[in-house]
Design a protein around this ligand. Structure first.
Ligand code: BG6
Length: 486
């Protein structure tokens, strides 16, 4: 493995937070179990809480115990020996100085990899604090979580702060969807098979649907979420990344610039949805009280103690990409919380055959091919094909649809389903930014999102209520293409 052997401190800001406990510490541990962490890597938790070293070790142990019943004792011994803790209030210089002193003690002259599992409001102060304390050294890197800002302007401010302390190739902007096996598999499916690419264009594809539905609500994150809503929390990043991978041109090779150049071109080709267009090209929704899997769940406003809010927890959009490959092909995007089922799925709806040789008496109407790539909860690719229904043909042929199914979950049963962060952390440690979002990409995405947000404001478009446990607001039903090509 091409991984630096220089002593490195992995500094986790927000170490006591939810993401750290649920995803980051377990991911680091699993990488360690597989022998993928460099020997001389120290993991330093940094957060406002005044924990001591033992408290942090106990917190890390609990976060692993909460995920799995058994913890390999030998692996834990090695992992826990890497752990350190430094209380840091990111608003005060003294915290960074104390952190610097600890890092120097652990690995004098070592490199640092900073992970900011914090609200984006803290990115600028943390960059300033690291710089002032002399920690943003030439060999160090920084990882930041999405969303990068709240709009284009704040995104630019954050990017400028990051770049004032680290060069672009040392900034790793995480979109954890890019760490998911099935999301990476989109590139494999498109570019490792000859079948799809010749058909992958407006001549043969009628429309594309991208769905990211969750059953969870905003839970304990109301404060953050109410300021962002589904458009900024999910569409700006995860949903647009999926769209990019479906729509991009073949990169010359799988390297960071080649892939990200192609993604930026897609984002810059998105037709703006602005002003009154939002009334016809978008749907906003907010969940009301309802039931999921037989359990009553409170509506969005009730989750915050009855505080009224105009924030959307559901969005559906009709996007268009203005380039030669995709001009005129709608990309239907939708995402929502508290939906009836958890589902992340991409549907590529092909056009109808130009002429049916089987007659058109209604019995033999051909249903156009449909490629469905399911990412969550199961990993599956299926292709709906027309077939002849077995039987005698004296009254003509009967046709029906059958699916070719490729279940990745079954095909790779023996493989542990990894946490998306494992791949991303490994890449950041190894300095490979291909699966991270470049600064210009974040800005291109925000430019398009800002147009929609401004349109909603201008037209005073409020979210429509939908029952928790449903498929979204009524209007989303008619808005969503039902898969019947024109
Ligand atoms: C996060 C969003 O980025 O992604 C959350 O902030 C959302 O609101 C989550 O729940 C969904 O991720 P996953 O991996 O569960 O689909």
């Amino acid at each position: 493995m091409n991984m630096t052997t220089k002593p490195t401190n992995f500094v986790l800001f927000g170490a006591t937070g939810d993401l750290s406990k649920r995803m980051l510490l377990p991911s680091l541990f699993y990488l360690d179990c597989d022998g993928l962490l460099p020997e001389n890597l120290a993991i330093v938790g940094a957060a406002r809480s005044s924990l001591n070293h033992e408290d942090f070790i106990a917190l890390a142990h609990k976060s692993l115990a909460d995920r799995s019943e058994t913890i390999d004792e030998k692996a834990w011994k090695r992992f826990s020996a890497r752990l350190h803790y430094s209380p840091v209030d990111v608003g005060a210089a003294s915290g960074f100085e104390a952190l610097g002193a600890l890092l120097d003690e652990i690995h004098p002259g070592g490199d640092h990899l900073f992970y900011l599992s914090l609200s984006p409001d803290f990115y600028t102060p943390v960059c300033a604090g690291l710089q002032a304390a002399g920690l943003a050294t030439a060999g160090s890197r920084i990882i930041v979580e999405k969303p990068i800002g709240h709009d284009l302007e704040s995104c630019r401010t954050i990017n400028a702060s990051l770049l004032s302390a680290f060069s672009e190739d040392r900034v790793f902007r995480i979109d954890h969807y890019l760490g998911k096996e099935t999301v990476q598999n989109l590139l494999a499916l498109r570019f490792a098979n000859i079948l799809f690419e010749p058909l992958w264009n407006k001549a043969h594809i009628d429309h594309v649907e991208i769905t990211v539905f969750e059953t969870v609500g905003v839970e304990g994150r109301w404060g953050y979420y109410d300021d962002y809503g589904a458009l900024r929390d999910m569409v700006q990043n995860h949903v647009l990344q999926l769209l990019c991978l479906v729509a991009l041109e073949a990169p010359a090779k799988l390297d960071a610039d080649a892939v990200r150049d192609e993604k930026v071109k897609v984002l810059r080709s998105l037709k703006p949805i602005t002003g009154h267009d939002v009334l016809t090209q978008t749907v906003r929704g907010q969940y009301a009280d309802g039931a999921i899997e037989g359990h009553d769940v409170p509506g969005y406003a009730r989750e915050a103690g009855g505080k009224p809010s105009d924030t959307e927890s559901f969005v559906a959009l009709r996007a268009e990409i203005e380039n030669w490959r995709w001009s005129g092909v709608p990309f239907y995007l939708r995402t929502g919380k508290r939906m009836g089922k958890r589902l992340t799925e991409i549907v590529v709806q092909f056009r109808a055959v130009p002429h049916s040789v089987f007659g058109g008496d209604g019995k033999n109407d051909l249903i156009p091919n449909r490629l469905t790539i399911t990412l969550q909860p199961e990993e599956q690719v299926s292709l709906a094909l027309m077939n002849k229904t077995p039987g005698l043909t004296e009254q003509g042929w009967r046709m029906n649809t059958l699916s070719l199914n490729l279940s990745l979950t079954d095909a790779f049963k023996t493989h542990r389903r990894r946490i998306a962060y494992e791949q991303l952390l490994l890449d950041a440690l190894g300095g490979n930014p291909t699966l991270f979002v470049r600064g210009d990409e974040t800005e291109a995405a925000w430019r398009w999102i800002d147009g929609i947000a401004a349109g909603w404001k201008q037209t005073r478009m409020k979210p429509e209520p939908y029952w928790a446990g449903s498929d979204g607001p009524d209007r989303a039903e008619s808005f969503w293409c039902k898969g019947q090509p024109k």
